[in-house]
Ligand binder design. Structure first.
Ligand SMILES: [Zn+2]
Length: 302
């Protein structure tokens, strides 16, 4: 059936017909907050096609020429706010979704506006700024909303996906090294080089993980994936290149926690067996300065 043949009343059902049995209709009630929309812009459009109810896009950057090599933006978007340019492209991909744009720094919002912003079912942290990640961890705990943190490693050699589920280990428990990065250090995801293919492999895995979480217990193809495919893992290290060990702090040759010595190049190349995902199930730390029971009591009283 061509687009013109479909009566308005049936367009919504026609659009989602290829999702039937794969993603439940309850997914169409989910609202997702995306903080940082540059590198993740293609994922946002892909996610919109899966028909959640609403995407809220947060980013105060404008589209620049150097963004085009690995984002959803086009030449005509240069100079526009990323959120506005992305909204247009999302609505073209799926006109049945609601998109809200926030083009300012959300860390300074008052409590009422913060309550409204974080009244969602999932937070996607598409920023590699350690400061922003700390802010998102705090809000995820305060509002009891799951959050997925996506990071691409240098030159797209690999990446890291960290998933924070309310009541379980927080971002600080899972990635203490990353959380405690110097307050002034701002690692801009867009500043990191990497190919579109590497970024998309990582982003698409993140999308699969977050849909699996939102679909858990639903009668759909995604319904059992959270428990049976992802096994409640909360940290995913993705190695896409034989060079990926250079991003790790674990020396596979010496089996010790120290930076990999580049002199082991030949041995490392032999050890690499192909692109792989290493999963971790990091426990909640009872004395965590962010999510311990004492801290959570204080946080929820605020
Ligand atoms: Zn914690």
């Amino acid at each position: 059936m061509t687009r013109k043949d479909v009566p308005d009343s049936e367009k919504y059902e026609c659009y989602r017909s290829r999702l039937n049995g794969v993603i439940s209709t309850s997914f169409s009630k989910k609202r997702i907050l995306v903080i940082g929309t540059g590198a993740g812009s293609i994922m946002c459009i892909n996610l919109a096609r899966q028909m959640p109810a609403k995407l809220t896009l947060v980013d105060f950057d404008e589209v620049e020429l150097h963004n085009l090599s690995r984002t959803a933006f086009g030449y005509s978007d240069i100079g526009k706010k990323k959120v506005n340019a992305l909204k247009e492209r999302i609505l073209d991909a799926n006109p049945f979704i609601s998109v809200e744009c926030v083009d300012y720094d959300v860390t300074s919002l008052d409590n009422k506006k913060m309550d409204f912003l974080f009244d969602v079912d999932m937070i996607i942290a598409g920023t590699d700024s350690a400061k922003a990640q700390r802010f998102i961890n705090e809000k995820s705990l305060h509002y009891q909303v799951p959050a997925i943190f996506i990071g691409i490693h240098q030159r797209g050699r690999g990446g890291r996906i960290t998933f924070v589920e309310p009541g379980q280990a927080c971002y600080r428990c899972i990635r203490p090294d990353r959380y405690e990065e110097d307050l002034e250090q701002e690692l801009d995801l867009n500043g990191e080089t990497g190919s579109l293919s590497s970024c998309q492999l990582i982003d698409n895995l993140a999308m699969d993980i977050l849909i699996s979480f939102l679909e858990k217990n639903e009668n759909s193809e995604f319904g059992g994936k959270w428990d049976l495919t992802y096994k409640n893992s909360n940290d995913f290290e993705i190695q896409l290149s034989h060079m990926s060990e250079l991003e790790a702090t674990f020396d596979v040759i010496h089996d010790s926690a120290q930076h990999v010595d580049q002199n082991h190049r030949q041995e490392l190349d032999k050890l690499f067996a192909g692109p792989r995902i290493i999963t971790y199930q990091e426990p909640k730390k009872e004395d965590c300065p962010c999510c311990s029971s004492v801290e959570m009591e204080n946080l929820l009283l605020r």
